[in-house]
Design a protein around this ligand. Sequence first.
Ligand code: SPV
Ligand code: MG
Length: 296
Amino acid sequence: NKIPLTHSAQLRQMLLSDELEFLMEAHNGLSARIVREAGFRGIWASGLSISAQFGVRDNNEVSWTQVVDMLEFMVDASNLPILLDGDTGYGNFNNMRRLVRKLEQRGVAGVCIEDKQFPKTNSFINGERQPLADIEEFVGKIKAGKDTQTDSNFSIVARVEALIAGWGMDEALRRAEAYRLAGADAILIHSKLSKSDEIVAFAREWADRGTPLVIVPTRYYSTATDVFRQAGISTVIWANHSVRSAVSAMQSVVKEIYETQTLINVEDRIASVNEIFRLQNAAEYTAAEKIYLSAS
Ligand code: SPV
Ligand code: MG
């Protein structure tokens, strides 16, 4: 008879747990459902992937309300805690306050904001040329978010871009500490190197602060996961692998249908139409029809 934890409480538990936890990228309702079925306990609503599935760039070309609308489908389809990649908070402290209110209303568990400027560019595109936010300004944004949330479990993750921008380890640590003191529930330390050395070095320096560390090993993908465990990382984000696998599969099948002008070769290697119905929970509709359309 246990009351289930809210999404926000589940995410907070993941951030604080002693185990290494994983958030898997999703970018719409269908991918969120698939992430849940795979067994993941939480979702990263990636800005890159949500932009990509709309066919636009990761430069805040999708409006924040379009992101929030997509999150509603993702929450419904997955019933999992979702950490939104909230870019820079879509503006200043005031936009951040409104964002936090709307995310709480839609059942989103937390938001990650990065210390860059609006409109942002993806960290892997000329990351070193991107201006960082002023520390005080970003601290104000974190505080504004924390003061706005009405659910104490809603998490605000502060993402430090100093290593990406080439400002060095001391600046990264200085910023992370300022964001921790401002009330951030976790620090996301990002790196664009192909080895995890700077992330592990950061984690070593950070070890006694007590605030959880989140990482995104997109570039250092060949690092064994145990390295993250030993470094005391709290949560790993697999940030874009749903959308990238969808793109590979679609490119291959669509190209083959175009070139061969037949479905004969692809039918066996793609999901059946029944599988789509199952993912949409069509069976529930049929059952409900029996109850609510019984006169027919
Ligand atoms: C995202 O998934 O949109 C991220 C992670 O912000 S990264 O693309 O690595 O910057
Ligand atoms: Mg992003």
